[in-house]
Write a protein that binds this ligand. Structure first.
Ligand code: ARG
Length: 461
């Protein structure tokens, strides 16, 4: 059986070329369970409005239940002639319960309000599932941090040695960024959980259907306030895609570091065999493909967002067929994160950190110069002067090829009257790190507090 939802006013069917262009079942079929839920809710609201008898409602719900089972088992799939998921499911229902009852379901709804609702429902579920996987990455980062509570590493700005920090502090910095992404989806959900069902094509329904009861049935918090907005807007999809792209970018920044850290030059980490790949020609190679794919897929996620925004730009209200282009980029973002996140959490969880190497490099590049300047400030020296003096220490050390801690008492006196051997108390990595003990700093006590806070936040989500 072929079903068209709009044949009446046409003398002939669509050309093959139009049908091929128009078709969306190859990507929108994943919305089928949501379309069926929408149909059940719609049948009930038709019944409440007195437009569907008790008996017809039973037949309709039975038919939808059977169809749902067949969709789940794969016994019912879209046919060649089905334009989209809505058309296919309508055909399935008509095949099961006949047109006399089945033909009543379309009253008071349009694919325009249907698809806008289903897409929201699907994305709300996906946001929850993907958030769980983002939290797995957060947990893997926090677990690694817990394994190395006291390990120092060179903290960098401009990729140059800046100040020593704890490895745990650095790893937890990535965790906070990802946690904010999860929060973004939680915030987003408040806006996404309104139901366009009842908006009809654009103007609302004349049949006395209660959109609030449908919204409630579908687990949404309320119906939309404006039927035109309900059918025309896709900012919920764009916002979802932004968060997906942001997750991609946050993972990509972590990935870039893992790639650098795994080089012979850095030598900070070794990747587990299960999360690295070899080369087809170079037998010695062990490549950080998971991290590279994370970095690459971030570009793709940004592209998905940009593509969607470009499709939306300039569209007049209300529904335009361009809006069918809203789904593939967002589905691609969902699918991308679904394969990427478990690989990244696995990679992070199985990293082996070379703590001796990290510790050895932590004080290099005169990374304790700021500690000298701040020691001088505590001695009562204005920071401008302190900065000059510490800079002079670096200049002297650099010219002699020694470290700041190697400056003798004489050297200190020669550089500045303000310097005396007491400065050596801050010229150690543990001393420097422990001194940065204000809220949010890298001191071990603060980092441990932060870890407890992160674990609390993960458990609360
Ligand atoms: N497949 C369409 C979409 O995704 C459903 C809505 C079609 N509406 C219409 N008036 N042609 O946007």
């Amino acid at each position: 059986m072929t079903v068209s939802l709009w044949g009446g006013r046409f003398a002939g069917g669509p050309s093959d070329a139009l049908a091929a262009l128009s078709k969306s079942t190859h990507f929108d079929w994943r919305l089928a369970p949501y379309d069926l839920a929408g149909s059940r809710a719609h049948a009930r609201v038709l019944h409440r409005a007195g437009l569907l008898s008790e008996e017809h409602l039973e037949t309709m719900l039975d038919g939808l239940r059977g169809l749902g089972e067949d969709v789940r088992s794969g016994d019912f799939v879209p046919a060649d002639g089905d334009e989209d998921v809505h058309t296919a499911l309508e055909r399935g229902l008509l095949e099961r319960i006949g047109p006399e009852v089945g033909g009543r379901l379309r009253a008071g709804r349009s694919r325009n309000d249907q698809v806008a609702t289903l897409f929201r429902m699907y994305l709300r579920d996906q946001a929850r599932l993907i958030s769980g996987k983002v939290l797995d990455v957060v947990q893997a980062l926090v677990d690694q941090a817990a394994r190395h509570p006291g390990t120092a590493m060179p903290g960098r700005t401009h990729l140059q040695h800046a100040q020593p920090v704890l490895l745990a502090h650095h790893l937890q910095a990535h965790a906070w960024a990802l946690l904010r992404d999860v929060d973004r989806w939680t915030d987003w959900d408040r806006r996404a959980s309104v139901s366009p069902y009842g908006s009809g094509a654009l103007a609302g329904s004349s049949l006395g259907l209660d959109p609030a009861s449908v919204a409630h049935d579908l687990g949404m918090s309320a119906p939309v306030e404006n039927s035109i907005d309900g059918t025309a807007s896709r900012d919920f999809a764009a916002e979802f895609s932004f968060v997906a792209a942001m997750v991609g970018i946050d993972l990509s920044r972590l990935a870039e570091e893992v790639i650098l850290w795994a080089t012979a030059e850095f030598g900070f980490v070794t990747l587990d065999d299960a999360f690295s790949t070899g080369s087809s020609i170079m037998p010695q190679k062990k490549n950080p493909d998971v991290a590279e794919l994370a970095r690459g897929k971030a570009g793709r996620l940004v592209g998905d967002l940009a593509g969607l925004l470009a499709s939306l730009k300039g569209l007049p209200l209300a529904y335009n067929r361009d809006l069918q282009e809203d789904k593939e980029p967002v589905f691609d973002a969902v699918d991308t994160l679904e394969v990427l996140l478990p690989a990244v959490s696995g990679m992070v969880a199985t990293l082996t950190f070379h703590t001796d190497r990290l510790e050895e490099l932590a004080p290099q590049g005169f990374s304790l110069a700021t500690d000298v300047a701040e020691w001088l400030v505590r001695e009562g020296v204005p920071f401008r002067v302190a900065h000059e003096v510490a800079g002079e220490c670096v200049r002297v050390c650099e010219s002699r090829g020694i470290g700041l801690e190697d400056l003798g008492d004489e050297d200190l006196r020669a550089i500045s009257v303000h310097l005396h051997p007491g400065v050596r108390s801050v010229l150690t990595v543990p001393g420097s790190i422990a001194s940065r003990d204000a809220h949010g700093g890298t001191a071990p006590v603060r980092v441990a507090e932060q870890r407890a806070h992160l674990l609390h936040e993960v458990a609360a989500r």
